[in-house]
Design a protein around this ligand. Structure first.
Ligand SMILES: C[S@@+](CC[C@H](N)C(=O)[O-])C[C@H]1O[C@@H](n2cnc3c(N)ncnc32)[C@H](O)[C@@H]1O
Length: 181
């Protein structure tokens, strides 16, 4: 899917897409720089594949599962990245079913500030459960808001940390990591 098709989808499903353009290369690289060298990667809300491409460049030898809800976008990812596993499904279902290695990093473009309820709450709980099940697990997430991507429940030991702000992205985006505090 090209940029104009992404924009069309963003206009028809704004709360699910949460952006008017795919992630910039600079933002995608900044996300990939936070990944380190885990045993496996799961990308949530892979969209047109801007972050997928940066992850492939940064850690080419690690298994990568790209998760995307919209069938057209998922089909585009399969065509563009034949060596990447693509799941066309809601993120929370994949996280609940997936038999991931302990040291798995999640990389997410999910638009938590605009996702409708109950999808937002279900997705956040699945994500927190996935991270809490092993101390090596982390989430790399960007947001256009001047605050953390979403509020954490009081009973978790996970903590957000802001790693970088990409002022050249339109709009500027903060790259955050969620992991054990
Ligand atoms: C900000 S956009 C994608 C940005 C992506 N990095 C790019 O450059 O194209 C967010 C994506 O998350 C997907 N999405 C939204 N909710 C989802 C969910 N619950 N599970 C999986 N994907 C979801 C949307 O379809 C959309 O493609």
């Amino acid at each position: 899917m090209n940029t104009s098709a992404f924009v069309a989808l963003a206009l028809t499903r704004p709360s699910l897409v949460g952006a008017l353009a795919p992630s910039s290369r600079r933002l995608a690289r900044a996300m990939a720089e936070q990944v380190g060298d885990p045993d496996a990667l799961i990308e949530l809300g892979a969209g047109t594949g801007a972050v997928t491409a940066a992850l492939r460049d940064a850690v080419p030898e690690r298994p990568l599962l790209a998760v995307e809800l919209q069938p057209d976008l998922a089909a585009g990812l399969k065509r563009r990245f034949p060596d990447v596993d693509v799941a066309c499904a809601p993120a929370h279902e994949v996280l609940a079913d997936h038999d991931a290695p302990d040291d798995t990093v999640l990389v997410s473009s999910l638009p938590f500030r605009s996702l409708p309820e109950p999808l937002r709450g279900i997705t956040q709980r699945a994500l927190i459960g996935f991270l809490e099940s092993h101390p090596a697990r982390r989430l790399v997430q960007y947001t256009y808001q001047p605050r953390a991507p979403f509020e954490l429940p009081a009973d978790t030991r996970l903590r957000w940390s802001l790693r970088e702000v990409i002022w050249g992205n339109l709009p500027p985006a903060g790259v955050w990591v969620l992991g054990p505090g």
